[in-house]
Design a protein around this ligand. Sequence first.
Ligand code: RB5
Length: 141
Amino acid sequence: MQIVIGSDHGGYSLKNKIIEHLKEQGIEVSDLGCYSTESCDYPLVAKEVAKKVLETGCKGILVCGTGIGMSIAANRFKGVRASHCTDTFTARMTRMHNDSNILCLGERITGSGLALDIVDIWIKTEFEGGRHSRRIDMLEI
Ligand code: RB5
């Protein structure tokens, strides 16, 4: 499995914790920036991660201060289904029902312990398909 990940300065610290956590599980992680806490613009990072997810079919994770800017930016790309999650239930459901392909987290909102649980559940949960496939197809019209 390959995960592509990105953050702005507001999500930089949590992003690094997620990278370490995923690598410990043997998951290959591609970090598309940012690479320091210097202020930067989340739409640019969201665009790079969204492009990679659409090109390769891998899953992506985006972290900013709230998770909201990243989710708004990523969802501008046709085919992206970015989900801002602050709890494990929505992380599970957005995989099962929405086939979410990008997880968005807010470093200033969600503590790192919970954030890592959200990541684990989001990665492991499979899409249910069936009636949900029809609804997802409707998003692209
Ligand atoms: C940066 O200060 C902050 O605006 C950004 O990380 C994010 O929360 C935007 O939605």
